[in-house]
Design a protein around this ligand. Structure first.
Ligand SMILES: Cc1cc2nc3c(=O)[nH]c(=O)nc-3n(C[C@H](O)[C@H](O)[C@H](O)COP(=O)(O)OP(=O)(O)OC[C@H]3O[C@@H](n4cnc5c(N)ncnc54)[C@H](O)[C@@H]3O)c2cc1C
Ligand code: FES
Length: 371
């Protein structure tokens, strides 16, 4: 589904990019700088948005599709002529070391090198810096969840905006800490930028005050002592336990829910400490039911979940996803019965009309999905 870009560099489907250079940001995170092979322009993106990739990973019979955040300011690299991604190598889970390690991230780390070509789906995503607001911004990240925060931070600095920014980052230790010197340097030179780095388990070479500012996790007490108050815009990205803990800590502190913006890099989880929707029996009547046919699961649709994908995940139904924004088609699934409504008007709908994108749709009545 490859298509030529227009004069402004916008494209549909995939476009070939060449790896221009690479940089090691930490023991586990490497940055890849990409340039379009056709020599054309690249469209601007909003700080926080991502690219999606169709990768021919050895051992996989169809392309592996994954999304990676653009990790620099839109105007940062050669005035917006390059894209940068910063990718963490995903090992096998600690408790299941025999499983294969992450397919796409290890492909990037082991096979992609300067000069490699990549099939790229255009920038997308609705997690981005809201520039129409000018109050204080708090960028909170765990692990590689810092990539959108770096993009937002760099953008605020590049634009010369004076809004106060706090960059709060939690990571295992110094060996996994990407962009440390960059963030420290901004915090030292820019009056409106402050940084606070928290290591879960500092390594022997890590120095308090130089590499990190606190040991453990980001806590409510820490927020209360660092920030002017709950009246800020908060941006969150990190592993699910990090997101859940901080989301509830912020609500508990009195932050308005409408001022908390977040993104998951993997399956979404229910953030708020509230009872999960109750599964209903398959023959239940009344209300809207969603039937995940292959999994043998039927649940009530209570209108609280943002998409059918989130509903599936909340009930342990296995569903593939990557971009979660209607761009990559990974979540396409056959609609056996019923009708859905798209919540994302920019979604690229599947060519096969019997399929829907569950990341971007909600049921209009009872639906049966081939999941
Ligand atoms: C919007 C968005 C932005 C993102 N931005 C970034 C970014 O900037 N940087 C970044 O590094 N990542 C980012 N991600 C995450 C990225 O897209 C990938 O999800 C991540 O790199 C893992 O993909 P993978 O193919 O390497 O791992 P996968 O192959 O998807 O595997 C994931 C994990 O599952 C394990 N696994 C393998 N087989 C099994 C099995 N049978 N059962 C159970 N577990 C198994 C693997 O060992 C691995 O630990 C982003 C994700 C999204 C949605
Ligand atoms: S997850 Fe990419 S289109 Fe749905």
């Amino acid at each position: 589904m490859s298509e030529s870009p227009d004069n402004f560099g916008h494209w549909k489907g995939t476009r070939t990019f060449v790896v221009d250079s690479m940089a090691e940001e930490s023991r586990t995170v490497t940055s890849f700088y990409l340039r379009p092979e056709d020599g054309g322009a690249v469209p601007a993106y909003k700080p926080g948005q991502f690219l999606s990739f169709q990768l021919d990973v050895p051992g996989h019979d169809k392309p592996v599709v994954r999304s990676y955040t653009l990790s620099d300011s839109p105007s940062g690299l050669e005035n917006g002529k390059l894209y940068r991604l910063s990718i963490k190598r995903e090992p096998a889970p600690k408790d299941q070391p025999d499983l294969p390690p992450g397919a796409a991230s290890n492909y990037f780390h082991d096979h992609v090198t300067v000069g490699s070509t990549l099939s790229v789906i255009a920038p997308a995503g609705d997690f981005f810096l809201h520039e129409d607001r000018d109050g204080p911004v708090v960028l909170m990240s765990g692990g590689v969840g810092l990539t959108p925060m770096i993009s937002m931070l760099n953008h605020i600095v590049d634009q010369g905006a004076e809004r106060p920014v706090w960059f709060l980052h939690g990571v295992q230790n110094g060996s996994e800490h990407a962009f440390r010197d960059h963030v420290r340097q901004l915090a030292e030179t820019m009056e409106n930028v402050r940084a606070h780095m928290v290591y879960a388990e500092p390594g022997p070479g890590d120095v308090l005050g130089r590499d990190y500012d606190a040991e453990g996790f980001i806590t409510t007490q820490m927020l209360e002592s660092l920030l002017p108050g709950p009246d800020c815009d908060f941006y969150l990205c990190g592993p699910p336990p990090f997101m859940k803990a901080l989301y509830n800590a912020l609500l508990g502190w009195g932050v308005q829910e409408s001022r908390i913006f977040y993104e998951f890099f993997g399956p979404a989880t229910v953030l708020k400490d509230a009872p999960a929707p109750t599964p209903v029996a398959a023959d239940s009547v009344g209300g809207v039911e969603v039937v995940f046919q292959k999994s043998g699961v039927t649940v009530a649709w209570d209108g609280l979940q943002e998409s059918l994908l989130v509903l599936a995940e909340a009930h342990g139904v296995e569903a593939d996803s990557a971009c979660r924004s209607g761009v990559c088609q990974t979540c396409a699934c056959r609609l056996v019965e019923g009708e859905v409504e798209y919540t994302n008007e920019d979604a690229f709908l599947p060519d096969d009309e019997s399929e829907i994108l569950i990341c971007s749709s909600v049921p209009k009545g009872k639906v049966i999905l081939d999941l």
